[in-house]
Write a protein that binds this ligand. Structure first.
Ligand code: FMN
Length: 180
């Protein structure tokens, strides 16, 4: 499968890293926003270069000449993980001023699968309205919200919970968690 992965500047870089680790058999097109590059520095021991090396292709967030900027370039799904409220708001408003938001707009206009993984709390009425708007437009809003019924023993277990559900949504087989 051809999967576009956007990493925006919300907290939750471990979700993105584990997601990419589990897409090694897929063709991936990765974009890391400028804000995400800062969050990577703050909250993880990862480097931007290492995260990029996990993808088949990677692009800068201002590179509108990248293939994923055009509807004529076919891909199966796009996942923005984690997805900032800024990026959600821009997609809901139809603003495409970065490669991530442009590829999201392409996903919408071409009726392709788009999954956003927001990480924010609490949520304002504006955030909730924007997410409703996205959902009504066919976007899957899948908050980074780990369950506890699997009795996680570590942060990694909690990350696996969320990533497993996203992999299910894009159709990538995985056994990251014990299923109910
Ligand atoms: C350490 C750090 C953590 C952040 N966490 C979040 C978050 O969890 N959710 C969110 O929506 N924004 C968060 N932000 C703010 C976004 O990075 C900021 O709104 C930025 O404009 C997002 O840009 P982007 O969507 O282009 O990546 C965080 C910023 C920093 C520096």
């Amino acid at each position: 499968m051809r999967i576009v992965v956007g990493i925006s500047g919300a907290s939750g870089i471990p979700y993105a890293v584990k997601f990419l680790e589990n897409l090694r058999d897929q063709e991936t097109y990765l974009v890391i926003s400028d804000a995400a590059k800062k969050v990577i520095e703050y909250e993880s021991d990862e480097t931007v270069d290492h995260i990029r090396s996990m993808a088949t292709h990677h692009y800068e967030d201002d590179d509108f000449s990248a293939p994923i900027s055009s509807g004529s370039f076919l891909f199966d799904s796009m996942v923005i993980i984690p997805c900032s409220i800024t990026t959600i708001s821009k997609i809901a408003a139809g603003i495409s001023d970065t490669l991530i938001t442009r590829a999201a707009a392409v996903s919408l206009k071409e009726r392709r699968k788009l999954i956003v993984v927001p990480r924010e709390m609490p949520l304002s009425t504006i955030d909730l309205r924007n997410m409703t708007y996205l959902s009504e437009s066919g976007v899957i809003v899948a908050p980074a919200s780990p369950g506890f019924y699997t009795r996680p023993k570590s942060v990694d277990d909690m990350v696996s919970f969320v990533v497993s559900r996203i992999l299910d949504l894009v159709g990538v087989e995985n056994d990251l968690i014990k299923r109910w």
